[in-house]
Design a protein around this ligand. Sequence first.
Ligand SMILES: Nc1nc(=O)c2c([nH]1)NC[C@@H]1CN(c3ccc(C(=O)N[C@@H](CCC(=O)O)C(=O)O)cc3)CN21
Ligand SMILES: CC(C)C(=O)C(=O)O
Ligand SMILES: [Mg+2]
Length: 287
Amino acid sequence: MTLQAAQKPPADSSKALYGGKGTRRLTVHDIAAAKTRGEKWPMLTAYDAMTASVFDEAGIPVILVGDSMGNCHLGYDTTVPVTMDEMTILSAAVVRGTRRALVVGDLTFGSYQEGPVQALRNATRLVKDAGVGAVKLEGGERSLPQTELLVQAGIPVMSHLGLTPQSVNTMGYRVQGRSDEAAHKLLRDAKAAQDAGAFAVVLELVPAELAAEVTRSLHIPTIGIGAGPDTDAQVLVWTDMAGLTGGKVPRFTKQYANLRETLGDAARAFAEDVAGGAFPAEEHTFH
Ligand SMILES: Nc1nc(=O)c2c([nH]1)NC[C@@H]1CN(c3ccc(C(=O)N[C@@H](CCC(=O)O)C(=O)O)cc3)CN21
Ligand SMILES: CC(C)C(=O)C(=O)O
Ligand SMILES: [Mg+2]
């Protein structure tokens, strides 16, 4: 806890982002207030209404409809092929499945790189047709005109720095900001995003010490994924966190359940009941 936070009275738990009371839809103002209280908070991805409702009922205050839906929901290898049509449909489902969480939708690859006008058109669609409370886009200085125009238009923007998966074809999936030059660039990008009006910054796959420095340097919250313990918030891809993702998951993930095994067991038990005639039983049968 920072000295500043330690000197404040205990947080009013009814206002806490996690553990707070009520089902009023959270806004970017609630997110800003959490940083002044020194409160750490969780964010998870979701791609459908039912999963999102579970996280909403569990008190997760911010739900990201990530373009990780590409590999975690739609069966692509990367986030690159995901379209705004797909993002809009799944974001609308997540909004319908939640009452309290601030829902953030990713702007997909190719939906904002042409410039601010394209970004505004696509972000507006996500706000109007899906009902998200904010959008996220990748890049700091390179996405400044987009961030500025969206914020001016009244659309809250979450920035995403460090490893930016939409650039996998140029960047790969490597830790970012290891050299002094790259670390300075990340700090510049973070400050530029803040100055352009972003309400939060995701830091993906950056050294913990650098993420801590960025967190201290900004008045908006940082949200880490593979960025160590000292960011204001932590985000994980829900299928990684719940152990549903097949194959290799990034080392920064912690698995809190093994849904892959649980679901597989359920499917096999059903199959054996059907094959052996144990299902349906009398109580599942109409006469
Ligand atoms: N299932 C899933 N989880 C994610 O966290 C995630 C996605 N998909 N898709 C979009 C991006 C891509 N991400 C990735 C993908 C791979 C690594 C990875 O392989 N990282 C290496 C470390 C590399 C290094 O040491 O430089 C690892 O072992 O974790 C990390 C993040 C994070 N995002
Ligand atoms: C990993 C998070 C931050 C993301 O952008 C996504 O899930 O698409
Ligand atoms: Mg994403």
